[in-house]
Ligand binder design. Structure first.
Ligand code: NAD
Length: 481
């Protein structure tokens, strides 16, 4: 069994100061496949020191060269694509095909920011109209400094790519804390970074939990910026810690995203997009479209189609080719989602979804549709992070839009409508960072990702994702002399 008791600091594996470890699970077999250190504030101290020491050299490295390192990381991931997909699937429980999609997303992200690094180099020092006679100006973009990156367990290697790639392109050095739930794939990333030849201290990876690593990293004065993806409760704690020293934060938090289906929608397309929005990754997606708002004329037919599709899903071994949905990532997450099933019983919510018999072992929760859920139900308002879909019938677009926006969150939304112009008109009025009209949830590296309202602060991916790690600087001087 692997014992992940070492931290990656200064391109070396060094023993964590922490004695305590926690088990790392295979959520399908419900077996312990590794142990990981809980981490210690002394590990944070060592990693921040290494990252600070590496900062001057890395920020002085030409942008194009930094991009070459990112391409080398992408190549390292590609070379281990099969092994990493299998490892991620085993550790997280996601079907292998989804783990491959994660790998491809991560690789594309490193490649995209390799290009962005070169483009950044080209725009450094460009002349800018000063707007005043006798004065000229130039624009530069400096790295923010040493950044602390914290990620959850639902998309191993992807959430880290969305942070690491732009931070490194910008010239920041990094202390990265992956989730303690899925440390195995991220650990390989540290090896890839070393093989890619990045100078010591540029990327430091600390295993551990929130107490051992997350909180000490968030409050460390040697961290110039924090970028966090995870739950709202922890996001708020990170933001509070960052307030000391007025350090900026980027937050990618939870969601309770709507999917709107109008009466002219294609029924089969609506069913498929609803299913993908709640069943992909067993619903453990921040962008899961977990609130269905369907026109009353289509509602009954769509509900029946969803129940039939949910009832036909094959739950099983995530590594088996025929599996549609794997287990939830942890026993804790299963218990959490099962808590919502009990809550549904308490609220007398009805589900006609055929009861799937999940495999005998594994952290499974079968998918379920609840029809006509009251808007004050906990299931309607809270993020469940599992394959439970809540639905309501609406009389028209106005009601659908009002209900869609009646949420604390504002991460994403989907609109399914027969008339594309109508879909876009609805999309324009939704409070969400990403709206997909008649298409799957796509998040290509050049597009922005992030939420409005309590779903977060800032954007990842695209040019905005790079800006998150840059400080614009303007130098003004007399034109002559
Ligand atoms: P979590 O908040 O429990 O943990 C996230 C990370 O924070 C982990 O690495 C954890 O160890 C660390 N952490 C825990 N306590 C900490 C503390 N006090 N200080 C600093 N770090 C601490 O979330 P999770 O259960 O891993 O992930 C699920 C949540 O993540 C969901 O709410 C989901 O919506 C959200 N999420 C959001 C996005 C997005 O892009 N908006 C993407 C994925 C997941």
């Amino acid at each position: 069994m692997h014992a992940l008791t070492e931290q990656f600091i200064d391109n070396d594996w060094v023993a964590s100061r922490a004695e305590a470890r926690r088990p790392v699970l295979d959520p399908y077999h419900e077996t312990v496949i590794a142990e990981v250190t809980v981490g210690d504030p002394a590990d944070v101290e060592a990693a921040v020191t290494a990252a600070r020491r590496a900062l001057p050299g890395w920020r002085a490295t030409p942008e194009r060269r930094r991009g070459e390192y990112l391409d080398a990381i992408a190549a390292g991931l590609e070379a281990r694509r099969e092994a990493l997909a299998a490892l991620s699937s085993r550790n997280n429980g996601k079907p292998l095909a989804e783990a491959y999609q994660d790998l491809d997303d991560a690789i594309a992200c490193y490649r995209y920011y390799a290009g962005q690094a070169s483009a950044l180099g080209e725009r450094q020092g460009q002349a800018d109209a000063s707007g005043l006679p006798g004065l000229a100006a130039r624009c530069y973009w400096d790295p923010v400094g040493v950044v602390g990156l914290i990620t959850p367990w639902n998309f191993p290697l992807v959430s880290s790519a969305w942070k690491l790639a732009p931070a490194l392109a910008a010239g920041c050095t990094v202390v990265f804390k992956p989730s303690e739930v899925t440390p195995l794939p991220e650990r390989v990333l540290a090896e890839i970074v070393r093989e890619a030849g990045l100078p010591a201290g540029v990327v430091n990876l600390l295993h551990g939990d929130g107490q051992g690593i997350g909180a000490p990293l968030s409050r460390h004065p040697g961290i110039d910026k924090l970028s966090f993806t995870g739950s709202n409760a922890v996001g708020e704690a990170v933001m509070q810690a960052a307030a000391r020293g007025v350090r900026p934060v980027s937050l990618e938090l939870g969601g309770k995203s709507p999917i709107i289906v109008t009466e002219d929608a294609d029924l089969a397309q609506a069913r498929d997009l609803v299913m993908a929005g709640i069943c992909y990754n067993a619903g453990q997606m921040c962008s899961a479209t977990s609130r269905l708002l369907v026109h009353e004329r289509l509602a009954e037919a769509l509900f029946d189609a969803i129940d039939e599709a949910m009832g036909a899903l094959r739950l099983g071994d995530p590594l088996a080719a025929e599996t549609d949905m794997g287990p939830l990532a942890t026993a804790t997450q299963r218990d959490r989602v099962q808590g919502f099933l009990l809550q549904a019983e308490r609220e007398a919510l009805a589900s006609a979804t055929p009861a799937l018999a999940p495999p005998e072992r594994g952290c499974f929760v079968a998918p379920r549709l609840y029809r006509d859920v009251p808007t004050d139900s906990r299931l309607w308002r809270e993020e469940i992070f599992g394959p439970l879909l809540c639905a309501r019938r609406v009389a028209g677009d106005e009601e659908a839009i009002a209900l869609a926006n009646d949420s604390d969150f504002g991460l994403a939304a989907t609109v399914v409508a027969g008339d594309p112009a109508r879909a876009e008109a609805i999309a324009r009025r939704l409070e969400a960072g990403n709206v997909w009209c008649n298409c799957d949830q796509v998040a290509p590296p050049h597009a922005s990702w992030g939420g409005m309202k309590r779903s977060g602060i800032g954007r990842e991916l695209g040019p905005a994702g790079l800006d998150a790690y840059l400080e614009p600087k303007r130098i003004t001087r007399p034109t002559a002399g």
